[in-house]
Write a new protein. Structure first.
Length: 96
């Protein structure tokens, strides 16, 4: 399993609107094949910055989601609030 992390920067003054939209959008991403849950957290130091964490079976599964209709639905709900492109990274298995 991998973890996708996306740093999201929301336009000033639109944070509450975004949080409402993301509550509607999370079930969309969580319904994607090979997704094992997602969450969004607001940064304490900069309340316009949010972190999306999604658990996927593989990087390929995340890329398949990005090419799907589900991603278009996710995008239509969340992307209007961003004032810059998201910074997306992926993390491998836990080191034990």
């Amino acid at each position: 399993m991998i973890i996708e992390h996306a740093w999201l920067h929301v336009s000033a003054g639109r944070e509450h609107e975004y949080e409402s939209a993301v509550r509607s959008a999370l079930p969309v991403i969580e319904s994607a094949p090979h997704c094992h849950g997602a969450e969004v957290r607001r940064q304490l130091e900069d309340p316009q910055t949010y972190l999306l964490s999604v658990r996927w079976d593989s990087l390929e599964d995340h890329m398949a989601f990005r090419a799907s209709e589900l991603f278009e639905r996710w995008r239509s709900l969340t992307h209007p609030f961003y004032d810059q492109p998201a910074a997306v990274t992926h993390f491998d298995e836990v080191i034990s």
